[in-house]
Design a protein around this ligand. Structure first.
Ligand code: IPE
Ligand code: IPE
Ligand code: MG
Length: 264
């Protein structure tokens, strides 16, 4: 996506060190950046705050990352907000998160409008509490005509549930004679995932130092580059994202082939 050079310069004006910014290759910004937003609870506990305060601080961080991705010309930013396993958390935390998601979507509509960001959800939002679901449906309609960056929010999302759902859809179509078994290929499956029409993430960032995938985009991350930072999500900011993208730009992506250095 096109970069607005004035807004870009403004956004990164107070760089703590100019070198990182100078080293950034603007022609090689990942098209799809994905964040596993982890560590809200630990961030809060370390400060003597409640986990709820951690989740609120996490939303502030997401706002900064959304704007930063727009400034960098990222096409798709996806963010893991609530997994199919997160329902096992204490009921009051689940309730708080559902409330925060709805409130935030409404509060941030002006930002989404100003930055021309279109929201899509990954996951089964039909199973969310009624109020949250209705706000999501309203918000989706409010920004459906936006044509800038896509913000894909994974809510009630699980990679295994997503693949199972796709397999069931395919089986139904085969059973109904609408799809030939011999026509089922990788594309058939990826077209039935929540991420249909989105490119696979090139860069997956996980905050709070955890080296695991936690059931996130299992199909789509086949060749994603991983970046793990010890920073907890509420402290992850534009400079942290810059470091992640610089790390990505230093990688050699091989896709199972031989490296450029090995070619003769
Ligand atoms: C991530 O932070 C946010 C959600 C999963 C909703 P956590 O709540 O997992 O924070 P930690 O991992 O307990 O620190
Ligand atoms: C992953 O974080 C899910 C989200 C960020 C929404 P978790 O905190 O739920 O993952 P685990 O339990 O540490 O694997
Ligand atoms: Mg966690």
């Amino acid at each position: 996506m096109r970069i607005d050079s004035i807004k870009f310069a403004e956004h990164f004006a107070d760089a703590p060190d100019g070198e990182s910014l100078a080293a950034l290759d603007l022609t090689r910004i990942p098209s799809h950046v994905s964040c596993i937003m982890d560590g809200n609870g630990r961030w809060a506990i370390a400060r003597g705050l409640s986990r709820a305060e951690g989740h609120k601080a996490g939303i502030v961080a997401l706002r900064e990352i959304i704007t930063t991705c727009v400034r960098l010309g990222v096409d798709v930013l996806s963010a893991y907000a609530f997994s199919t396993e997160n329902w096992t958390r204490p009921q009051h935390e689940v309730n708080l998160l559902m409330h925060l998601f709805a409130k935030t979507f409404i509060d941030e509509l002006p930002l989404l409008r100003r930055e021309d960001v279109r929201v899509v959800f990954l996951g089964d939002i039909s199973a969310l509490p009624r109020k949250t679901r209705e706000v999501f449906e309203f918000g989706l309609r409010e920004c459906e005509n936006h044509r800038g960056m896509i913000l894909a929010l994974a809510v009630n999302y699980g990679g295994r549930a997503e693949i199972t759902r796709a397999a069931r859809l395919i089986a139904q179509q085969v059973a109904a004679g609408q799809l030939a078994l011999s026509d089922v290929d990788e594309r058939t499956l990826s077209d039935r995932l929540y991420t249909v029409d989105l490119p696979d993430p090139e860069l997956v960032i996980r905050t709070s130092g955890e080296f695991r995938v936690s059931n996130y985009l299992l199909w789509q991350i086949a060749y994603a580059e991983f970046y793990v930072t010890d920073t907890c999500w509420p402290d992850f900011d534009r400079w942290g994202l810059l470091e992640a993208i610089l790390s990505y730009q230093g990688r050699e992506r091989r896709f199972g082939g031989v490296g450029a250095g090995a070619r003769s």
